[in-house]
Design a binder for this molecule. Structure first.
Ligand code: DAH
Length: 454
């Protein structure tokens, strides 16, 4: 995933690791590469950097918003959904006539699926295990929300949690916009400010989140996060001998180390200093699992401004956000993120309510088929746009889109070669089927991405 390395801000390289145990620390540059890219979480990467962009409108791609002609490969689309009491029609979310809209049907079809609310699904089982931890190990009672509507305002998703106006996560390349003021939430932090304003002081929010992203076995444009927030009042830290921020940071780390132990057993873990717009200080927790350090969550002491706006000027708070898929992939040995969406009985029947320790047994391994595609890119080309086009045509039959060659000629023209891996989790694909898909991907890339095939 060369492209992901290139797009990462060097600020990431300056993060400080504080080991909590005696495991060897991996300090070489390849460690950064591995941690963020070969098993990068779908969840935490975009906020922990300072990357900025010019303006969402500098990247118009309404014609890209989906492969709307390729109905053949799409899942059936429900006419009307109800999520958390809100009725949603397709036309409320997929708006062909709005140039600011970039939600394809493939994404709309995921709304309302709510894997996190299924007690027999790995994502639901994990959510419940985290609930159990908070219920039994933390004295404060956390209120749980898991049906808040994923369609939120730009204000809720970004402004309310202090994401700067030029932050990369706001770009049309990274976020699904319903219209210029409305997005599919790209993190559960979108609900922090509103719940604080309503007076909640301890809460967990679980939900589906949406991000335009590259394609590989650990990245999918819809995934699930859990957000946790705890507010303290001066009485809580008065006797501790600590200032409010140190007290909150200490409690946060203790609570989350406990959670990691609850889920993973005795593991080596370490804290890494990082940056999030909504917290200061900010940390990531990594655990040493299967011979790698793996980032499992982002967290920190909530920016005072967020609390102030919610009317709590005397308090201090901590917050965290964790990606459920990547934890579940490790806990259940699930090798490909697409499997979470499988309705194949051979997948679904392997999991049952309350059983965290179960290891997934692959029911079949069909061979992948690789197709390469080279083209001259234009200035507006992005890998996320290509991935959206590929997904619009091949859906979940695409396993990976990987940049394998990249050069600029003497005239300044840049060529990219992408290798697309097609593989079904459930059946063998025929040569004819794959050739047709690839043919349509080539045509769509040319017509929608302004690239010139070579
Ligand atoms: N919202 C962050 C993300 O999706 C995760 C996160 C980090 C949530 C720190 C928090 C936090 O509440 O304090 O990348």
């Amino acid at each position: 995933m060369l492209i992901r390395v290139l797009s990462t801000h060097p600020a990431l390289a300056f993060r400080m690791a504080t080991p909590l145990s005696h495991s060897p620390l991996l300090k070489s540059p390849s460690y950064l590469f591995l941690r963020h890219h070969s098993f990068a979480p779908p969840s935490l990467s975009c906020f922990s950097s300072f990357r900025s962009f010019s303006s969402p409108l500098s990247c118009p791609f309404s014609s890209l918003s989906s492969d709307r002609s390729s109905k053949k490969w799409m899942q059936p689309i429900a006419a009307l959904l109800e999520i958390g009491g809100v009725k949603i029609a397709r036309d409320d979310v997929v708006k062909e006539s709005d140039p600011a809209n970039n939600v394809p049907d493939t994404i709309f079809s995921k709304l309302g699926t709510e894997l996190h609310r299924r007690d027999n699904h790995p994502i639901g089982i994990l959510k419940n295990a985290i609930y159990d931890y908070f219920d039994t190990n933390i004295s404060a009672k956390f209120v749980k929300f898991d049906d808040l509507c994923p369609i939120v305002s730009v204000k809720e998703n970004f402004d309310d949690v202090l994401v700067p106006a030029d932050h990369i996560s706001r770009s049309y390349n990274d976020t699904y916009y319903v219209d210029a003021q409305t997005v599919l939430r790209c993190h559960t932090s979108a609900h922090q400010a509103e719940l604080l304003r309503k007076g909640h002081t301890q809460f967990l929010v679980t939900g589906d989140v949406y991000r335009r992203d590259s394609i590989d076995s650990t990245h999918y444009p819809v995934f699930h996060q859990m957000e946790g927030v705890r507010v303290f009042s001066p009485d809580d830290w008065a006797g501790s001998g600590m200032d409010a921020t140190s007290f909150a940071a200490m409690d946060l780390k203790k609570s989350l180390e406990g959670l990691a132990k609850h889920l993973f057993g005795t593991v080596d873990m370490r804290w890494v200093d990082t940056y999030f717009p909504f917290t200061n200080p900010s940390f990531e927790l990594e655990i040493y699992f299967q011979e790698k350090w793996m980032e499992v969550l982002g967290c920190g002491v909530t920016e005072q401004e967020i609390l102030r706006r919610s009317g709590r000027t005397d308090g201090v708070a901590w917050a965290f956000g964790l990606g459920l898929e990547r934890l579940a992939m490790v806990l259940f040995d699930i090798p490909d993120i697409r499997l979470f969406w499988s309705t194949d009985q051979r997948f679904t029947s392997q999991f049952s309510e309350g059983k965290l320790g179960i290891k997934f047994k692959p029911f079949s391994k069909y061979p992948p088929c690789y197709k390469d595609m080279s083209f001259w890119i234009s200035d507006s080309f992005t890998e996320n746009n290509l991935c959206e086009v590929v997904r619009g045509i091949a859906g979940d039959l695409v396993e990976e889109v990987q940049l394998i060659d990249n050069f600029t000629n003497k005239k300044g023209m840049t060529s990219h070669c992408y290798r697309i891996a097609y593989r079904s989790m459930e059946r063998s694909l025929t040569d004819e089927e794959i050739n047709q898909l690839q043919w349509r991907v080539r045509e769509a890339a040319q017509s929608k991405l302004n690239v010139v095939l070579r």
